[in-house]
Ligand binder design. Structure first.
Ligand code: GTP
Ligand code: SPV
Ligand code: MN
Length: 591
């Protein structure tokens, strides 16, 4: 398709036309703008966003194609308390989700959306989650009155005509409606109707609340569909480890929000790992389906990164820094007088003066942070120097290992391996993690976050565990399962493991275990690396004693852990697979 005039409708798909007409009738926009994903359109919309003050053009010499956005002050993260799974029964959504009946929620939302786009433009955003031609790929349409959302969706998904091509004359697409309203937390609802493959999001224009392809479609609706169809939609990064000999091993890892997925997916091995490379397939979401050869194959449904900015620098994550040098939208970082961006933990000294994420004057003497802790960059994945060449392969990549990990100051060792798949499912099901700034809530408090999916599972978490258990029979060669914790601290509060690039040492053991090359000790938790064999080469100020402390199993900590797990299991008991109850018993007996 080639639009003569930007924004005009150029599809004959009846289902799309009918639905857009219905929603336009409800929202009453002044204008409906049909996006095609072209460069010309991007230029036009960007200029409009700048003219309206929604985007600020950054210093184009330093940051070509980059723009700056400030969200509303009360709209800076996901809001789990406003997020609903609207299945017919409360039972289906389960006790870990907010639930409302579709018969109540649809009218409530329609009331809020009625006439909500008067004086505004409704953008029709067609997009693909997944590479064109993949059996896992899904078509979505997002109707939104936020130009920032349109430009972000353009980075984060394969947006535009490619979606019409994939859809053809069909009607199998996700229907997403997003209205900013007055960006008011009191009128903020992120609602999912899995039976209807629909999403309605109102009152927020930030991240996962508003970019409907990401958490809403790819995870909440995705997980619901995946269970019915026998695959997995997960909050996981995907990476490929390449050995000096060219052998590639693909690994998926689930860490909760702001717990290190982007960093791990972009890892650069320390110098002595000569010839080893880590390639990024994805940094947030994995869709995984058993292949004909009995292995599990994964695609990254996204096309960009919506990554945490603070703490990112050329030491901690050089590939992320490279990824955000061009064609990037920065949100809620600080803005310097020469129209550059700054954040806590960036390379170099802080600016003498800048505007903070709220637009207020900031100096190094200020008490508050210049960048919001959940400030983010949206960058196309093609900017990543280590983007895996397989990322567009419709078959996906074969996953050899799944790694679970949380942010835990105690209890959890650096690395251990599950005895088998079911034990691995148990380990994932009882994950705990300290809460982060990625969602509104009490930062630092440990909560259960099974498989890093607590905020993203579109149905009953007990049934979700059952689905994971059942997946075993669909795979002749299931991935090996591991658990990591980069965040354990000593008595003085210092991290017991330096993390970041050094995580390659852990990853190497994981890969070697998958390929049958590394020894392991049997412990009460699972298999652990032999302390005297674990690769610490080139770590000048790190001792084996410290590694031993990072790996220690403290029974008192585990008794407490088992009680904390129990709370979640009691909540889910009616749907909990007995295999997990047995695993819990076995762990208790081994401690
Ligand atoms: P979402 O995009 O919210 O799903 O999060 P993510 O899992 O991609 O998080 P990300 O990689 O952006 O993690 C961000 C936070 O984790 C930052 O505070 C990092 O400094 C910290 N982090 C990441 N890796 C490590 C590590 O190996 N060690 C330590 N100590 N901190 C880490
Ligand atoms: C997360 O919170 O896990 C994110 C950011 O990846 S958001 O897209 O806002 O959900
Ligand atoms: Mn995430």
């Amino acid at each position: 398709m080639n639009h003569a005039i930007l924004g005009t409708c150029d599809t004959k798909n009846e289902a799309v036309l009918t639905w857009v007409a219905e929603e336009a009738k409800l929202c009453e926009p002044d204008r409906v703008f049909w996006c095609d994903g072209s460069e010309r359109e991007k230029e036009f919309l960007t200029a409009e966003a700048v003219a309206l003050g929604i985007l600020i053009k950054l210093n184009q010499e330093k940051l070509p194609g980059c723009y700056y956005h400030r969200s509303a002050r009360n709209d800076v993260a996901r809001v789990e308390q406003c997020t609903y799974i609207c299945t017919e029964s409360r039972e289906e959504a389960g006790p870990t989700n907010n639930w409302a009946a579709p018969k109540d929620m649809y009218p409530k939302l329609r009331g809020l959306c009625q006439g909500a786009m008067r004086g505004r433009t409704m953008y029709v955003v067609p997009y693909l989650m997944g590479p064109p031609g993949s059996p896992l790929t899904k078509v979505g349409f997002e109707l939104t009155d936020s130009i920032y959302v349109v430009l972000s969706m353009r980075i984060m998904t394969r947006m535009g005509n490619v979606a019409y091509e994939e859809l053809g004359a069909g009607n199998d697409f996700n229907r997403g409606l997003h209205c900013m309203l007055d960006v008011n937390p009191d009128r903020r609802y992120i609602c999912h109707f899995p039976q209807d493959n629909r999403i309605i999001s109102v009152g927020s224009a930030y991240g996962g609340n508003a970019l409907l392809g990401k958490k809403c479609l790819a995870l909440r609706i995705g997980s619901y569909i995946a269970r019915k169809q026998g695959w997995l939609a997960e909050h996981m990064l995907i990476l490929g480890v390449e050995s000096p000999g060219g052998e590639k091993t693909f690994v998926a890892a689930a860490f909760p929000s702001a717990c290190g997925k982007t960093n791990f997916a972009m890892l650069i091995p320390p110098p002595h790992f000569k010839g080893w490379k880590v390639w990024t397939v994805g940094d947030d979401i994995a869709w995984m389906k058993p292949g004909e050869d009995g292995r599990l194959y994964a695609i990254n449904p996204e096309a960009g990164y919506f990554g945490v900015v603070p703490g990112t620098n050329s030491q901690s994550n050089p590939n992320a820094i490279a990824s955000m040098q061009r064609d990037t939208i920065y949100t809620n970082v600080a803005l310097t007088p020469d129209l550059d961006v700054w954040w806590e933990g960036k390379d170099g000294p802080p600016p003498a003066e800048c505007l903070d994420w709220k637009g207020e004057k900031w100096t190094p003497a200020s008490k508050e942070k210049a960048a919001h802790p959940n400030s983010r960059f949206a960058a196309p994945m093609t900017n990543n120097p280590m983007l895996a060449p397989e990322v567009n392969d419709p078959r996906g990549v074969p996953i050899s290992a799944i790694i679970f990990g949380g942010r835990r100051a105690d209890t959890m060792p650096l690395i251990y391996q599950a005895f088998d798949w079911i034990h691995g499912v148990y380990i994932g099901s009882m994950m705990g993690s300290e809460m982060t700034a990625a969602a509104a809530g009490t930062v630092g408090q440990v909560r259960r976050d099974p498989m890093a999916m607590l905020p993203f599972c579109g149905y009953h978490m007990g049934s979700y565990f059952q689905h994971w258990v059942a997946m075993r029979k669909l795979m002749k060669h299931p991935p090996r399962v591991f658990h990591v914790n980069w965040f354990r601290k000593d008595a003085a509060g210092a991290y017991l493991w330096p993390g970041f690039g050094h995580n390659m040492r852990v990853l190497k053991w994981v890969v070697d275990r998958c390929e049958g090359r590394a020894h392991a000790d049997e412990t009460s938790l699972g298999w652990m690396p032999r302390l005297n064999e674990f690769d610490l080469d080139g770590m000048t100020d790190y001792s084996r004693e410290r590694l031993a402390e990072a790996q220690s199993i403290v029974p008192e900590e585990w008794y407490r852990e088992l009680l904390l797990q129990e709370e979640l299991y009691l909540k889910l008991y009616s749907h909990l697979p007995k295999e997990l109850v047995f695993q819990r018993e076995l762990l208790t007996s081994r401690l």
